[in-house]
Design a protein around this ligand. Sequence first.
Ligand SMILES: NC(=O)c1ccc[n+]([C@@H]2O[C@H](COP(=O)([O-])OP(=O)(O)OC[C@H]3O[C@@H](n4cnc5c(N)ncnc54)[C@H](OP(=O)(O)O)[C@@H]3O)[C@@H](O)[C@H]2O)c1
Length: 273
Amino acid sequence: MQGSGSQTIVVTGASSGIGREIAIQLAAPQRVIWLIGRDPHRLDEVASQVRAKGAIAEIAKIDLADLDAADHFLNATFPSGKQVDTVYLAAAVTLFGEVQDMLPEDWDKIYRTDLLSPVQWGRHFYANMVEQKAGKIIFVSSLAGYAGYPTATAYATMKAGLLGLYRSLCHEGKSHGISIFLASPGYVDTDIYKSAMFRKTTYEKTMNSIKGLGFRILSAEETARAILHAVNCDKREFALPAYASVMKWVATRMPLVIDIVHAKMVKNFRQSP
Ligand SMILES: NC(=O)c1ccc[n+]([C@@H]2O[C@H](COP(=O)([O-])OP(=O)(O)OC[C@H]3O[C@@H](n4cnc5c(N)ncnc54)[C@H](OP(=O)(O)O)[C@@H]3O)[C@@H](O)[C@H]2O)c1
C-alpha cells in the first residue's frame, strides 16, 4: 500500500496515442503511474513527462500478446493485496483489409492484444480491487464495438467482446465498490493507423478512404481529456465525439443508417487510390 493519499494508476498502451496522453494528463504529485508498452524509447519519453509533473513513473516493457509473460508480470508486480486504484487498458492493434485476405495469425494477434489481454489485466486488477473494496477499471474500446467496422473486422470483433465484458462486469463490480468504464472513441489521429497490419491495401489507401468518410478526427490529447473528464464525472459508458455518440445510439436502434455508412466504407476501401 502506498503512503497516505497516494494513488497507483496503471496505463497499458502508455507509449503512444491515447494511452500516452492519459498517462501524461494524469501525472501529478502523490501519483504512481505504471506505463506499460513495448517500445522502451517511447516509454522513457512518456516517463520523463510524467516525472516532470511530479508523479512517480514506473515502466514495464511487456508484449501484452504474450499472455504467459503478462501473467508472470502481473503476479510478481501486483500480487494480491497490492493497492492499485485505477487501471486504463488502452493498448490495441488493428488491421485493415477484407476478411478473405487475412491470415489466421492476424486474427490470433488481434485476439490476444485487443481482447484476451484486457480480459487478463482487467480480471487481475478486479480481483485485487474486490479485496480493496474499491477501484476503477477503464476499458478503451471503440465505436467499432457497437457499429462493426467492415475492413477492420477482427478489430471490431474484439471491441464488441469488450462491450459484453463491460456490460456484465459493471454490475458485478458495484457491490464491491468497483467502477467499470467503457470508453468508445471514433476516429483519433494516432499511430494505430501507421502501425496497423495491411492486407491487400496500404496505409495511404486506408487513410484516403477514412478521410473520404468525412468524420471529425480527434487528437489524442482531446480524446484523453474527454475520457478523464467522463471518468471524473462517473460516466460509465460513453462514446466520443458527438457523431460517435449518435452512431452508438443509432447502431442498435436504427441499423439501416449504419448500413449506409458501412456500404460507403467498403466502397471507399475498394476504390481508394
Ligand atoms: N486511433 C483511433 O482512431 C481509435 C479509435 C477508437 C478507439 N481507439 C482505441 O484507443 C486505444 C489506444 O489506441 P491509439 O489510437 O492511441 O493507438 P496507438 O497510438 O497505436 O497506441 C497503441 C498502444 O498500444 C500498445 N500496444 C500495442 N500492441 C501491444 C502489445 N502487443 N504489447 C504491449 N503494448 C502494445 C502500443 O505500445 P508499443 O508500440 O510500445 O507496443 C501503444 O502504446 C486502443 O484501444 C484503440 O483501439 C483508437
